[in-house]
Design a protein around this ligand. Structure first.
Ligand SMILES: [Zn+2]
Length: 61
């Protein structure tokens, strides 16, 4: 079975983990209702994308 010959030192592990940070999710503003939404996705607040209604809102009562 192939095994590593030596263990990674603490410094080597630190160098590797220095590139593991997560980046925050991108956000954009809906041009219709100005709510915060993810880019290239339908707005969860008004259901519009590219100027068209993509989601039907539930009728009241
Ligand atoms: Zn919207």
């Amino acid at each position: 079975m192939p095994n590593p010959k030596r263990r990674w030192s603490h410094a080597r592990k630190g160098m590797r983990d220095a590139n593991k940070a997560l980046t925050p999710a991108a956000t954009s503003v809906c041009p219709r209702c100005s709510a915060s939404k993810r880019p290239h996705e339908i707005c969860g607040n008004c259901g519009f994308y590219k100027g068209q209604q993509m989601l039907q809102s539930k009728p009241l009562s």
